[in-house]
Every structure is written in C-alpha cells, then in structure tokens.
Design a protein around this ligand. Structure first.
Ligand code: GLC
Length: 446
C-alpha cells in the first residue's frame, strides 16, 4: 500500500500547481475573448448571444431537444407562474449514428421529435423549440451555430463547419410532417446557468461535470471583442469550452502517463486535454490504467489481473462513485465491482488500494474543476456568485461537491463568496427558458 500511495503521488496537484493552472487558464480566457488572439486560442470563449437572464415571468409551452450527454432526450415543458411541468423521453443514439453521417444524425433526431410530438398530442401544433446541443459552436446568433469539432465520442461526418440549426431544419423539412420554430440553440452549460438563474439571481456561472466538462459565465459585453451586435446590453453569456484547455501543452506539467494513454487511445488525440483529466467519459479508464500498472508491478491482486481488467474501458466511471460511497473500513461496493471485473481474489489490502486510486483520480478532477471555477470567480470579481452545476460526475460522486467547496474557497480571492448549486435538469428546462426569453424579447425564431 505504501508503494501504491507513492506511485499515486503523480495524481496529486499542489496548490502551487493549481495556482499556475489558474494563471494559464486566465490568460487563455483572455486570448479566447480577444479579436486578435481568438483564431489561435485553445479556450475559445464562444459568444452565446444570450444577453438576458430569465426574470421568472417566462410563460408558455415549449419543446426542447438535448443532445450531447449520455442520452438524447426530447422534452415538452410548460412554464407557468412559479412552477413548471415537464415530460421527457430518452432515446438511444446508436453507435453507428454517433459515428455515421451528420445527415443521418439529424434525420434520427427529427424522427424522435416527430414520434414524441405524436405521443404527446402536439403533432399538429406549431411550437417553439430550444435545442441544447452540447458541442463547440461558433454562434452567429441565437439561431445559428457552426459546429467547430465533435467531442465526447461523436464523430459524424460532413457536419463540422455546418450550421447545426439548418441541419435540423433540413431534416424536419425532409420529413415534412411537423412544424417547429427553432428559437434558440444553446450549450448545456448555458442551459444549466439559465435554469438555475430562473430561481436564483446570483447564478452567473454554469458548469457541467458529466460525460464532458465545460463552463459558461456572465461576461461584460465590452470585453467580448468578437461581438458586433447591440452594445446596449451590459452582459453576454460566454461558453468557454474549457474542455480544450491544455490542447497546446499548457497542462503537460501535471499530466501523467495515464492521461497520455487515455488521450492516444481516444478518437480525438491531442484534443480536449483538460476534459480527459476530468470528465466521466475518461475517469474510469484513468483508474483502470493505474490499476493495470500496479498489477503488472506486482503491487495489486498478487500480480494476477483478469481479462476484463486488461480490457479497455471496462472500468466504468460509475464504479468510482460506488467504491467511494463505501464507509471507511467497509468495502461492500468495492468488492461487488471487483467481482464484476473477475477479480474476486482481491484481498482487503487490494480493495483499500483500489479505493485509494479512485480517490486520487476523482480528487484531481475535482481540484482541476475548482481551479477553473476559481479563475472565473476571480475574473468576474463579483462579491457573491452562485455556480449552477449539472452532470453525472458531480451528481453521483459522493465527495465531489465537498472537495470543490473546500478547494475553491482556498483558491478564490478574499472577499468573493460563492455557492455551488445542483441545477435540476438544466439542459431541458434551460432550453425552454432560452426559447422563452427569445420569444419575450421577440427576437424571432428560425
Ligand atoms: C464537451 C462539449 C461542450 C459541453 C461539455 C459538457 O466539452 O464540447 O460543449 O458543454 O462537453 O457536456
């Protein structure tokens, strides 16, 4: 165990390293926002064209689509006074569609939408729709977004460089059976922020720690050099796309052999470097690679692994949450996981070591996210900010919230207070709210 603890030290980031990361991220955010440096910036800081936060008076019936997490969902949302109701359905995105053509992806989405409308008896109605599309978009307006790159395992051909709203409109037109007004396209971080801001007016940061990781925040319009529209509104939500932080080597000083291996085995090597150190799509695999190394060194399982342990992506990220949910000294979940992996010969010392590896990997992720949030809080320099958060890792990991609270408090400038709030279904309700605010502002729908 002592040897394993020593080996795991590379996963520990000191406050000095975290502060260095904050300086680098801050500089990258400024580069992303500035006109001259934006084209070469790694953290793009995309404009969202969302300038109005909800005021709680939004009303009406909306459709929403949510693509880009673990699931694809269609939702219908009724916003009323002080309450809303929502019905939704999850649809699978089969692997051949995730990696097929853009056209096939949009046809699939349009088909799910039409089926959903039939089931909810709104097939004949012309409803407004908000589209949560959680990939990097260069937005040209609230209803126009050019796809920059795929992330999180998607790789549909012929979609990069294209307007995603047009792609969906074309697919709906090809069917010809439903009428939809697409009122807004947004990121899941933005939806999370909006959904939280509906109740809490201090909510000015939206964060996702799920399949991927990303954050958006409220910036002064004056700082958004790429914005050429109406400067009379003081604020603009910025989608940082911080998952790409590190793509130029900025995080190499803290990356490990496990990070490099996860990256080289991925479908987008060299891309989304920070995301690969944080998010649910990769966390389990990082743990597995460490376990494999320690087994080969003879430090774990008496040097005897299993076929599954040596198989890529067999250690699910949800295992990390399960193992860390065991009380100290208890290894019930840990034992279940190891049995599932064909490692029932694990001793109690092995189980303690496996838990330690999980803790090191998840704590590092929480600290990296905390450094990012502290950077945004310091940059915004507002006395009190609520961070709206969603995503499977934040939601299900037993200690992520506490780790983040502690670390942000250490890294943020004195005088800034913050709280972290779980955002209930940001991607769905947030999409309806953005659509509603767009209608309120009568910006017109596409
Ligand atoms: C990826 C996407 C980003 C999204 C995040 C969380 O980083 O590029 O747009 O917000 O995942 O889902």
């Amino acid at each position: 165990m002592a040897k394993i603890r020593e080996e795991c030290e590379i996963l520990h980031m000191t406050d000095k390293q975290l502060r260095e990361i904050m300086t680098r991220l801050h500089n990258d955010l400024v580069k992303g926002l500035s006109k001259d440096t934006h084209p070469t910036a790694t953290v793009k800081c995309w404009l969202t064209y969302i300038q109005d936060l909800p005021n709680g008076k939004e009303r009406g019936k909306f459709l929403a689509l949510d693509l880009g997490g673990t699931n694809f969902r269609v939702l219908i949302i009724n916003l009323g006074e002080n309450h809303f109701d929502m019905q939704s359905k999850i649809y699978a995105i089969p692997n051949h569609i995730m990696t097929g053509t853009g056209i096939a992806l949009f046809d699939h989405i349009a088909e799910c939408l039409a089926n959903f409308m039939k089931e909810h008896n709104v097939y004949e109605e012309r409803l407004a729709l908000g589209f949560t599309f959680s990939f990097p978009l260069k937005q040209m307006g609230l209803t126009k977004g050019i796809l920059q790159r795929w992330t999180k395992g998607f790789s549909c051909s012929g979609a990069i460089g294209e307007d995603v709203v047009q792609g969906l409109k074309d697919a709906i037109a090809r069917r010809g059976d439903v009428q939809i007004d697409i009122c807004a396209i947004l990121n899941d971080t933005t939806g999370t922020l909006m959904s939280c801001a509906w109740k809490n007016h201090n909510c000015k940061i939206g964060l996702i720690v799920g399949t991927g990781s990303n954050a958006c925040y409220v910036e002064k319009t004056g700082q958004c050099e790429l914005f050429e529209g109406d400067m009379s509104k003081s604020d603009m939500l910025i989608n940082t796309e911080w998952g790409a932080f590190g793509d130029d080597g900025a995080l190499d000083f803290v990356r490990t052999e496990f990070d490099r291996e996860v990256d080289s085995n991925s479908i987008n090597p060299g891309k989304q470097i920070q995301e690969k150190m944080i998010s649910g799509m990769y966390m389990g695999e990082l743990v597995r690679l460490a376990l494999v190394k320690f087994t080969r060194m003879g430090l774990l399982f008496g040097g005897r692994g299993s076929d599954l342990l040596f198989q890529r992506n067999s250690f699910y990220t949800k295992y990390v949450s399960e193992i860390e949910s065991d009380k100290p000294g208890d290894f019930t979940s840990c034992m279940d996981v190891l049995e599932e992996l064909g490692l029932s010969h694990a001793t109690e010392a092995d189980m303690a070591a496996v838990r330690h590896v999980c803790e090191c990997v998840s704590r590092r992720a929480a600290h990296l996210v905390s450094a990012g949030i502290a950077t945004l809080l310091n940059k915004m320099n507002e006395p009190r900010v609520t961070v709206g958060i969603d995503g499977s890792v934040y939601r299900f990991h037993p200690h992520f919230h506490t780790l983040m609270c502690e670390k942000i408090a250490q890294l943020v400038q004195p005088g800034i207070s913050f709280d972290l709030m779980l955002s209930e279904d940001g991607s769905g309700r947030g999409a309806a709210l953005v659509a509603a605010v767009a209608c309120r502002e009568s910006l017109g729908c596409a």
